[in-house]
Structure formats: structure tokens, C-alpha cells
Design a protein around this ligand. Structure first.
Ligand SMILES: NC(=O)c1ccc[n+]([C@@H]2O[C@H](COP(=O)([O-])OP(=O)(O)OC[C@H]3O[C@@H](n4cnc5c(N)ncnc54)[C@H](OP(=O)(O)O)[C@@H]3O)[C@@H](O)[C@H]2O)c1
Length: 197
């Protein structure tokens, strides 16, 4: 598939590398097109503006800080009708709505799916990280099926936890793994694997 990634940071680079290795085409979109081109060259992707990434992608990944999502998406009308994977964490959040409900409200005509938020970028960037659990959530079942396939292509086992409302569980889950990784000193080479016995 053609994937447009908004952002050129740790998540963009890790996810981009894994998708390219799996045979997908990736286009990084940045506030600074030359920065995106440099980041893209390093992994065999393409790069340019955020609008170009949206135009390129059948699926768009928002790999930007939660606090910047509203402003960034307001300037990208091309997101209408597309599958939008949002990866953001709102650690300040006391909002009763999940991050995904809030992003879906900003993009009522897009199919928003939560993914990657609870997986450290270090793990995502490691091609040896296979068979780990990637939780997803979102309101559109067809969009989630596409995202599930993409995640499976890069080696994750996918667990769909429900709609945008249930993404609240993933908002909580990330706090736990950040606690384990940083406060509890276990490091960021850590990930979840859900096992049914
Ligand atoms: N790091 C992790 O382990 C991790 C794990 C799971 C989820 N996440 C989530 O994934 C998202 C991206 O995290 P990251 O670690 O990749 O962050 P990062 O390394 O700081 O990169 C964020 C990228 O967002 C872009 N951006 C666009 N608008 C921005 C704005 N107004 N202010 C700042 N940056 C802006 C920047 O790209 P340009 O400068 O090229 O525009 C930047 O490269 C966040 O929402 C984070 O919560 C992170």
C-alpha cells in the first residue's frame, strides 16, 4: 500500500522502516519538506510536505504530538475519506473522551484508528521485534481490517479492543508501560504480549 506519514520523528521513522521492509511505499510529510526528504532518503522512502504525504497515502499515519494534532489536521483537507492511524498520547489528559474520540471528532469524515501508542519507538524500529501485541481501536471495522493487515505485515499480532471509546484503555495502557520503562527502570526495549491460556 501507499502510506503517508505525518511527522519525521521516532515513531515516523520506526514505522516507516518497518513498512518499507514489508514492501509498502512510504512518504514522510513534514512542516519542513527538506527535513522529510532527508529522513526519507535514510530508509528508501519519499518525503515532502504534509499535504503531499496525505495526497500520496491510501492510509495516513499521524506521528505527531497530541497537542499538535488539531492544528495539523485542520490544514489537511485531503484527509477526508481516508484511513487515519493516530498514534498520539495525551499524558496531561483528564478529558473524559479518549484521544481517539477527540481525533475522530476533529476528522468526522475520516476513518480514525488508534495504533502504536503503547509500543515504544525503540521496539517498533527493531525488526527483530516479532509476534508482539499491537492493540488497535476505532469505529470503522473496514478501516481496522486494513490497519490490522498492515500491522501483521510488520510482524505484530493485533488485538482489536473496540471503538474509539474503548481506545481509552490504550490511553491508560501507555501510562503503565511508560511507568515500567522509565519510573520502574525497566527500559524502553519493553513491549506487551497478550497470551490466552
Ligand atoms: N516515542 C515513543 O516511544 C512513542 C511511542 C508510542 C507513541 N508515541 C506517540 O507518537 C507521536 C510521535 O511521537 P515521537 O516520539 O515520534 O515524537 P518526535 O520524535 O518528537 O517526533 C514528532 C514529530 O511530529 C512532527 N510535528 C508536526 N507538528 C508538530 C508540532 N506542532 N510540534 C512538534 N512536532 C510536530 C515533527 O515532524 P516535523 O518537524 O518533520 O514536522 C516531529 O518529527 C506522539 O503523539 C507520541 O505520543 C511515541
Amino acid at each position: 500500500m501507499q502510506i503517508g506519514i505525518i511527522g519525521t520523528g521516532r515513531i515516523a521513522s520506526g514505522v516507516g522502516q518497518r513498512l518499507i521492509k514489508a514492501g509498502h511505499a512510504v512518504f514522510f510529510g513534514s512542516r519542513d519538506a527538506s527535513k522529510a526528504q532527508t529522513a526519507a532518503q535514510a530508509i528508501g522512502a519519499q518525503g515532502g510536505t504534509q499535504a503531499e504525504a496525505v495526497s500520496f497515502g491510501e492510509v495516513i499515519i499521524l506521528a505527531i504530538p497530541f497537542g499538535s494534532v488539531a492544528e495539523v489536521v485542520s490544514e489537511l483537507p485531503g484527509l477526508k475519506g481516508k484511513i487515519v492511524i493516530e498514534t498520539a498520547n495525551d499524558f496531561q489528559g483528564t478529558d473524559p473522551l479518549s484521544t481517539t474520540e477527540r481525533v475522530q471528532a476533529l476528522l468526522p469524515d475520516s476513518k480514525v484508528v488508534k495504533a502504536f501508542n503503547h509500543i515504544f519507538s525503540q521496539v517498533i524500529a527493531n525488526p527483530a521485534a516479532q509476534g508482539l501485541t499491537a492493540f488497535i481501536a476505532g469505529n470503522d471495522s473496514a478501516a481496522k481490517a486494513v490497519v490490522k493487515t498492515l500491522l501483521e505485515d510488520i510482524g505484530f499480532e493485533v488485538v482489536d479492543v473496540g471503538g474509539a471509546k474503548e481506545a481509552m484503555h490504550l490511553d491508560h495502557l501507555v501510562r503503565f508501560i511508560v511507568f515500567l520503562g522509565y519510573d520502574h527502570g525497566m527500559g524502553t526495549d519493553l513491549a506487551f504480549k497478550l497470551v490466552k491460556v
